[in-house]
Design a protein around this ligand. Structure first.
Ligand code: DGY
Length: 418
């Protein structure tokens, strides 16, 4: 581990462009939202001051309505598409137009609690900003108060091409998109990336958002794609609990009251709206068609991380976990390996992602499920030991895929897998 520790720290340092960290050279040359959160947790293990800075620079991109965008573009980099001009968000500091899974509050609580004295002022300064961001999620990504979080774009979920989106994405009209040139497939083998048909729809939603001036209420009302995601719902529920702990530590009583209501609503909402008896798991729900999706993804296992202590759903998930654990050499595949849509190397249609493992593992550990927690941790460590700090890995062969020298994988090694 000594050598891997050193390598992981150098990856973080080398991908640090001066107060913010890029996910990897070439493929992702800007600051990504949830990448930065995990990276901050990685920095915390050897440079807590730098960890705080990572979150602070991310919030430089926060919008007036509270949204923290999924990409902060500090300078135009022609090696990435779609860049700031395609998004057309008109922010002083150019950004993309939607958000990404809100892991920040959880990480901020971790960093703060590791050294309250050193972190007090910085955590207090971030608190109202994170609160505004969470409020934005509850208002604009759950306009009907169902207690679940919708995404308006696959990129918002972070699980870009998961089969969860295949059905709902059919509603996205691509007849008006202009010719474009992808850059991702010049950095990485196209067989490991989303298809052209996916990209056409990704761009059509960006065109739609730009045509609404990225007005959050209009986007929520009219976006052709509006799907409640177990990943987002559980990550925000977890983050709300951590934000509540910060509110209590800082004597923010009114905020604590508001956050408490969000938590209550999500606890019942997630089970009511995202649980599928047919699949026996948490799945996505297309809110435009009011239709549940039909497969198990790695996000299905995040309810435990979200603190949902429901006996029936937990027992079913344990059975799903064990079934998949028998099939997969390495856990947790991003899509059910027994489903026909599974592809072991294609991005979110099968590969293992270390950050998702870190959340599933943490949830299991906190729930006292030590054996399953250890399987997830050990598999993550074996993947990194065998295949280096890849973007993601085949759950079948363990081969690394996507970008290399990847920041969040390095971070996960430092705070979870080692
Ligand atoms: C990409 O460019 O593939 C990213 O996932 C978008 O966030």
């Amino acid at each position: 581990p000594g050598n891997l520790d050193t390598q992981a720290r150098s990856i973080l340092k080398e991908n640090d462009l001066g107060g913010y960290t890029i996910p990897t050279r070439g493929l992702y040359p800007y600051q990504w939202n949830w990448d930065s959160a995990f990276v901050a947790r990685g920095f915390q293990t050897f440079d807590p001051d730098r960890a705080w800075t990572e979150i602070e620079t991310l919030f430089e991109g926060q919008w007036d309505d509270g949204m923290v965008p999924h990409i902060v573009f500090r300078k135009d980099d022609p090696s990435y598409f779609p860049g700031p001009s395609v998004w057309g968000t008109k922010q002083a500091l150019p950004t993309s137009g939607h958000s990404q899974p809100p892991v920040v509050a959880t990480v901020v609580r971790d960093i703060y609690e590791a050294d309250r004295e050193a972190g007090e002022a910085r955590a207090r300064a971030l608190f109202p900003k994170i609160l505004a961001w969470h409020r934005w999620f509850h208002r604009y990504r759950d306009p009907d108060g169902l207690g679940v979080v919708a995404v308006i774009h696959p990129w918002e979920s972070g699980r870009d091409n998961t089969p969860d989106w295949d059905g709902p994405m059919q509603a996205v009209d691509t007849s008006n998109i202009k010719p474009y040139v992808r850059k991702d497939t010049s950095h990485v083998d196209p067989s490991m990336r989303p298809l052209k048909a996916d990209y056409d729809r990704y761009l059509a939603i960006v065109d739609f958002g730009r045509s609404c001036g990225w007005d959050a209420a209009r986007v929520a009302r009219d976006c052709p794609f509006f799907v409640a995601d177990p990943g987002m719902t559980f990550i925000l529920l977890r983050a709300d609990r951590d934000l509540l702990a910060l509110a209590q530590a800082f004597g923010e009583d009114e905020a604590a009251q508001e956050i408490g209501e969000w938590i209550e609503r999500a606890e019942t909402g997630a089970i009511r709206h995202l649980w599928s008896d047919e699949v026996e798991g948490f799945v996505s729900r297309d809110l435009r068609k009011n239709k549940l999706m039909d497969g198990i993804s790695s996000a299905s296992f995040l309810s435990v991380y979200a603190g949902i202590a429901d006996e029936r759903t937990n027992a079913a998930l344990a059975r799903q976990f064990d079934r998949i654990a028998e099939k997969a050499t390495y856990l947790m595949p991003s899509w059910d390996p027994e489903d026909s849509r599974f592809e072991h190397l294609r991005y979110w249609r099968g590969p293992v992602w270390a950050v998702v493992n870190s959340m599933i593992g943490r949830g299991l550990l906190e729930a006292g499920d030590f054996a399953r927690a250890e399987r997830i941790r050990a598999d993550t460590a074996r993947l990194i030991e065998t295949s280096g700090f890849a973007e993601y890995y085949s759950p079948v062969t363990g081969a690394g895929a996507g970008g290399g020298a990847f920041s969040w994988t390095a971070a996960v090694w430092l705070f979870f897998a080692r």
